[in-house]
Design a protein around this ligand. Structure first.
Ligand code: CU
Length: 71
């Protein structure tokens, strides 16, 4: 299980929170996804074999948000 907090600077409101959480939570292996609006971060708890970090980044980018730190 991996825990990680990623920065998504374009997060600004509750709509961002629900679209990102709604896109990431259905991914296999994601145990927790929580968007912190004030911090502009996404807190993740995931199984790196079922849900790779790249797949999570892709799901967020599909919602229109840039993820600057993809590593
Ligand atoms: Cu928003």
């Amino acid at each position: 299980m991996s825990t990680r907090t990623m920065s998504v600077p374009e997060i600004s409101c509750g709509h961002c929170k629900s679209s990102i959480e709604g896109a990431v939570s259905p991914l296999n292996g994601v145990k927790k996804v929580e968007v912190h609006i004030e911090e502009r971060t996404v807190e993740l708890d995931y199984d790196g074999t079922d849900a790779t970090f790249d797949a999570i980044v892709a799901a967020i980018e599909e919602q229109g948000y840039d993820v600057p730190d993809k590593n």
